[in-house]
Design a protein around this ligand. Structure first.
Ligand SMILES: C[S@@+](CC[C@H](N)C(=O)[O-])C[C@H]1O[C@@H](n2cnc3c(N)ncnc32)[C@H](O)[C@@H]1O
Length: 269
């Protein structure tokens, strides 16, 4: 019997080969994708200190974020293991100051060691078998004083949306994550805020800012139909995305993590 080829990488990560069309259509083709980009457009300048630093975009996907930074004067290096995603990113970013590396995050200490003053890693950790190790790798690439814009898929929001949709059995069994097989877009390692807090502390990263991305939109019974309602929804998302308790149930959690200028003092005996 021929074993089916696993879509997972040897490290157990879900590279997006075979998923590019579905990802592009279902995540960026509708209101949810539009909202995510509109919120990032407002939040990135509010949450990061941007001075045109070179940017390493890890798991850069189709290249939307790389384009945003390139248009604001940052020289961007987009690292992405999936050849299929890279083809689309190159098309999307034609004419921009972006260089491309076909490598996974785990190879970056060798392939692009930096150190980097600015790194973005959006919606990638949840597709990895070892997100904790990945955060340690990212921390090691940051220069002292460097900033990491980290966005992760929020496990607590995934539970709520499953309950809202009536998937009670799944929620009771706490079987929320996907397996990364076939063409499913349910991440294999959704994360909690507690994990990000703990793993940041382990790596001496300070959480400077946090926001929820789509704190309301994914729970609506009906998507907004008129342009005016889409504008209202964006206004509400922006108003409450950094307000407790709403940010905690954003579909994604967006962080600014900073590596302090000076290593923390060793405790004196
Ligand atoms: C949900 S997409 C996010 C893309 C983009 N950052 C965005 O925000 O739209 C996840 C991306 O992570 C990539 N990925 C999967 N495993 C990876 C790894 N080990 N290192 C770097 N990227 C990886 C996938 O190929 C895919 O392009």
């Amino acid at each position: 019997m021929i074993e089916p080829v696993s879509p997972l990488s040897p490290a157990g990560d879900r590279h997006f080969d075979g998923l590019a069309d579905k990802f592009s259509a279902s995540l960026y083709g509708g209101t949810r994708g539009e909202l995510r980009l509109a919120l990032l457009d407002r939040l990135l300048p509010e949450m990061l200190e941007l001075e045109g630093q070179p940017l390493l975009d890890v798991g850069g996907g189709l290249g939307q974020l790389a384009g945003w930074f390139a248009e604001r004067g940052h020289a961007v290096t987009l690292a992405e293991p999936s050849g299929e995603m890279l083809v689309r990113a190159r098309e999307h970013l034609a004419g921009h100051d972006v260089s491309f590396l076909q490598v996974p995050l785990q190879a970056l200490p060798e392939q692009a060691p930096g150190p980097w003053a600015l790194i973005a890693c959006h919606a990638v950790l949840e597709w990895l078998a070892d997100p904790r190790g990945a955060l340690a790798t990212l921390a090691g690439l940051l220069a002292p004083g460097g900033q990491l814009s980290l966005m992760v898929f929020n496990r607590d929001a995934l539970r709520l949306s499953n309950v809202v949709k009536g998937n009670l059995e799944k929620a009771v069994a706490d079987r929320l994550e996907g397996k990364g097989l076939r063409k499913r877009l349910t991440p294999i390692s959704p994360l909690t805020h507690g994990q990000v807090e703990a793993w940041s502390a382990e790596n001496d990263l300070v959480i400077r800012e946090v926001a929820g991305i789509r704190v309301f939109a994914d729970y609506l019974r009906q998507p907004p139909e008129s342009e005016a309602d889409r504008e209202r929804l964006l206004a509400l998302e922006h108003r409450y995305c950094r307000v407790d308790p709403h940010w905690r149930l954003g579909r994604y959690l967006l962080y600014t993590l900073e590596r302090p200028m000076h290593a923390p003092q060793e405790a004196t005996p």
